[in-house]
Ligand binder design. Sequence first.
Ligand code: CTP
Ligand code: MG
Length: 215
Amino acid sequence: MSTRYGSRKFYLRFQSNFNVITCSLLEVLECSVISIDFVLIVLLSAFWVMLPAYLPNPVAALCGGGVPVDLGRNFSDGKRVLGDGKTYRGLIAGIAAGILIGLVQVWLQGRFGWQFLPQQTLLSITLLSVGALLGDMVKSFFKRRLGKERGAKWPVADMYDLVLGAFFLLLVFDTAWLFSAVTLPVLITILIMTPVLHRAVNIIGFIIKVKEVPW
Ligand code: CTP
Ligand code: MG
């Protein structure tokens, strides 16, 4: 009798333990399914937000040349204000390319909705592409002040100049958009993704001889 009672107790305890384990496993599974969705959406969002800021630099490298933005003038320290690496042609072509890809994004969102992505606007795409090349020029200004030649390596600044420039303009002229589109996970993804893409694109640019150096 007592043996039967004991084995029933064991069975019940086993059953409840089994239930707890199954539920936990299901929860873990559910969590990981949600987080895969979450990670994908964050990755896509980061790329979607930054696309109008990513394109101007490679297009400037492709189309640049001719009259430099500083018109060849020197700063008070005797060094070039920006250098020959910043030209009007590169600036205009780069900004135009960023706005153009942004217009395609705006059109795609109007056509298909894609509510899971941050919604680009005419203002956001303009600020992103102008800001990217403005950041690039500000970086070159400080690069020259530090005595670094055109094309010299300046690792962190060379990679994040476009992010800083674009975010600065958004912060000043479209703060609400910046904070609604760039959530913390999106920001972290942008900070990781930018140097990776920057390096990859520059290596390609170097191989196809658009860039003189692979950075
Ligand atoms: N470029 C341009 N105009 C710009 C930005 C870039 O013409 N506003 C072109 C230049 O031909 C430049 C190339 O794109 O050499 C690569 O850009 P970047 O790496 O930013 O310039 P660097 O040559 O490295 O010059 P710096 O040291 O000032 O960054
Ligand atoms: Mg450079």
